[in-house]
Design a protein. Structure first.
Length: 297
C-alpha cells in the first residue's frame, strides 16, 4: 500500500507543532501557517526548499539516513517519532522490508505451546500476548479473568484491545483514565502502521474504528507516536474493584511483531490484595463457571 499520504500528514503535523521560538528563529509577522514554514525546516535541515517540499509531499524514496536525521532534528522529533519516520522511509524504499521478518496475519496465528506455558507460569499477575494490531492472542489464567469483559463482548474469535477501547462502553468503566489509555492505544496502532504499511488487517481495523468512533478518528488524525514499554495503569474490574498496576511490555524475539505484557501490583498494596482475590475468583470460574462474583463486603 502507498504510504505517501501517511508521510505527508506526519511531516506536516510535526512541522505545525514547532514554533519559530522553539526552533531559535525570529517569529516575524503575518504567518499564515501554524508552526514553521517549509522554508524554515529546509534551512534547519540544510536542504533546499524544493527537496524538503518533495519529502513533505510524501516522497521519501532515495532520502539518505543523513537527510532523514537532519529532518528529524529540524522537526525536534523524539525517539519514537524519529523511529516512525525511518520506518516510513524504509517501507517506501522496499529493500529493508524484504530483509525484515514479516509478521504473519494474527487471523492465522497460533501461539506455540512453549509460549503458552510461559504465560501459564506467571501466576502473580495478568500476562498476555498481543499483536501490533492489539489482537489479544493468548493469556494466562489471571489475564483471561482480568479481561473478562473483553472476551464476553467480543463478536469475533480474536478479541482486540483497540476495538474494545473505542467501541465498547464498558471500556470507560474499566480504564479509570480512559483518555490516557485511548491515546496509548492509538499510538501503538499508528506506530504499527508505519512499521507494516502492507498489513491489510490493520488497515481494515483502522477503517472500522474511524467510521464508528469520533474519538478514535480525532486521535488518529493527530499522527502521534510514542514508545510504550513500561508504566502504570489504573483499572476498575467489575469483580474486585480498583486496581493500580505497573506493566512491562517485552518484544518476543522468536515471534516478530508480538509483545508479551505482564501486569503486577506493588507487594502488600490494596491492588495486590485485589489481584489475589481475582485469582481466587478465576480459579472458581474454571471449576464452576456458574459461580457468582466474590463478595467484597
Amino acid at each position: 500500500m502507498d504510504n505517501r499520504d501517511e508521510v505527508r500528514e506526519f511531516l506536516t503535523s510535526r512541522r505545525a507543532k514547532i514554533t519559530p521560538e522553539q526552533a531559535g528563529l525570529p517569529a516575524g509577522t503575518r504567518r499564515r501557517v501554524p508552526g514553521l514554514r517549509r522554508s524554515e525546516v529546509a534551512t534547519l535541515a540544510d536542504v533546499s526548499v524544493e527537496y524538503y517540499a518533495k519529502l513533505e509531499r510524501g516522497n521519501l524514496a532515495g532520502a539518505s539516513p543523513t537527510v532523514l536525521e537532519a529532518v528529524a532534528r529540524a522537526l525536534q522529533l523524539d525517539d519514537a517519532e524519529r523511529a516512525h519516520l525511518l520506518h516510513l522511509a524504509q517501507a517506501q524504499e522496499g529493500s529493508d522490508a524484504l530483509a525484515r521478518p514479516r509478521p504473519r496475519s494474527s487471523r492465522q496465528r497460533v501461539v506455540h505451546k512453549s509460549l503458552q506455558w510461559t504465560l501459564d507460569a506467571v501466576t502473580a499477575g495478568p500476562a498476555f500476548v498481543n499483536s501490533g494490531r492489539l489482537d489479544l492472542l493468548a493469556t494466562n489464567h489471571l489475564a483471561r479473568s482480568f479481561f473478562a469483559d473483553i472476551y464476553s463482548s467480543s463478536t469475533t474469535k480474536q478479541p482486540n484491545l483497540a476495538r474494545y477501547q473505542f467501541l465498547d462502553p464498558a471500556a470507560r468503566r474499566f480504564y479509570l483514565n480512559w483518555d490516557l489509555a485511548a491515546d496509548m492505544t492509538v499510538d501503538v496502532l499508528r506506530t504499527e502502521a508505519g512499521r507494516n504499511p502492507q498489513d491489510k488487517d490493520l488497515h481494515d481495523l483502522v477503517g472500522e474504528l474511524s467510521t464508528r468512533s469520533d474519538t478514535f478518528r480525532t486521535r488518529w488524525s493527530s499522527h502521534n507516536v510514542t514508545r510504550h514499554g513500561t508504566g502504570t495503569k489504573h483499572f476498575h474490574h467489575p469483580v474486585v474493584g480498583d486496581l493500580t498496576l505497573t506493566w512491562e511490555a517485552l518484544a518476543i524475539t522468536a515471534e516478530p511483531g508480538l509483545t508479551l505484557t505482564i501486569y503486577t501490583a506493588e507487594p502488600g498494596s490494596p491492588s495486590a490484595e485485589n489481584l489475589n482475590l481475582l485469582a481466587t475468583w478465576a480459579a472458581t470460574q474454571e471449576t464452576d463457571p456458574s459461580t457468582q462474583p466474590l463478595s467484597r463486603g
